[in-house]
Ligand binder design. Structure first.
Ligand code: XIL
Length: 302
């Protein structure tokens, strides 16, 4: 293939990007989007603060712009994210206990119902595990409603949109030897053994010099896949430049392709200037929209 999406499709995978609604009027951006990618994730527009700014009042304008643009171009959509400790609306940040649990479940139900039939996979729960050596859950207002909040969210999502794949998504879960990776693995193993509906695990894959692409990445992806879930690279970016960066991108693509159930890769933005990273050049296109060495190595690896 001559584009990321077409090349990935030849391997039975997708290649996606995060999209920001306010860039859909930028013709350079949209040209690359339409040409290269066959899966789209809303960078912020489907998060809890965007979709339920006031309790019980839902707002889908910017999310719909992204979903409609993608579907009109024949692209699929990853939904991101139904429940998360971050980017909660103010009203939710101050809630606790059963009121918060009910509000969270209502949010999952309402948003997944609104988009029923239009979402390939939902990040049902994002970033619920702690960093560091504990391997346990992150403390958050949602976690304090009870350890079963995650499975409750997955059951609500399944009921609302039975056709969407339901994913758990997190960062720093790439290295098989990290406690956080093991903690998520045990949760997925437990969910599968008890019949909690989970179909996929997303690996955000935000890499930099302090958090490099691990050499055991394919082991991590394979071990999760062996639990009976799909795995996906969901928010890939790699700080750096030139051939070093290109090699790291190649390693991620190779790790995914080596695992039959690694169904796709999404980069977290199009041009370096679109990145959420305050500085650096972590993406596949430069600020002018030119293909970087990293782009070529990804295309060649697919
Ligand atoms: C980031 C967006 O890219 C930024 O625009 C926003 O200010 C903060 O969130 N993990 C996630 C993504 O799951 O939703 C985050 O996206 C990046 C880290």
């Amino acid at each position: 293939g001559t584009t990321l999406g077409a090349s990935a499709a030849e391997k039975g995978r997708y290649f996606g990007t995060a999209v920001a609604a306010n860039k859909l009027s930028d013709s350079t951006y949209v040209n690359i989007l339409n040409r290269e990618f066959d899966m789209v994730t809303a960078e912020n527009e489907m998060k809890m603060d965007a979709t339920e700014p006031s309790q019980g009042q839902f707002s889908y304008g910017n999310a719909d712009r992204i979903v409609n643009q993608a579907r009109n171009q024949g692209k699929r959509v990853r939904g991101h994210a139904l429940a998360w400790h971050s980017q909660q609306p103010g009203w939710m940040q101050n809630m606790s206990g059963s009121a918060l649990r009910q509000a969270m479940l209502n949010h999952v139900t309402q948003v997944a119902t609104y988009y029923r039939g239009k979402i390939y996979a939902w990040d049902v729960v994002n970033e619920a595990f702690a960093d560091g050596s504990s391997g346990g859950r992150r403390d958050s207002n949602l976690q304090r409603t009870g350890n079963d909040w995650i499975e409750a969210a997955f059951r609500a999502a399944r009921a609302a949109d039975p056709g969407a794949k339901l994913c758990y998504n997190d960062y720093n879960t790439d290295n098989w030897s990290h406690a956080k990776t093991q903690g998520v693995y045990r949760m997925v193993q437990d969910f599968k053994s008890r019949g909690v509906p989970i179909d996929c695990v997303g690996f955000q894959a935000h890499f930099n010099s302090g958090n490099p692409v691990p050499s055991n990445y394919h082991t991590t992806l394979q071990n999760f896949a062996a639990l009976g879930v799909d795995v996906q690279i969901t928010e890939l970016d790699i700080e750096g430049s030139g051939s070093t960066q290109a090699q790291q991108y190649q390693g991620v693509v190779q790790a995914c392709l080596a695992v039959a159930r690694c169904t796709g890769i999404t980069v977290w933005g199009i041009r370096d200037t679109d990145s959420w990273r305050a500085s650096g050049t972590p993406l596949l296109f430069d600020g002018s929209g030119n293909k970087k060495a990293a782009y070529t190595s990804v295309l060649n690896a697919l």
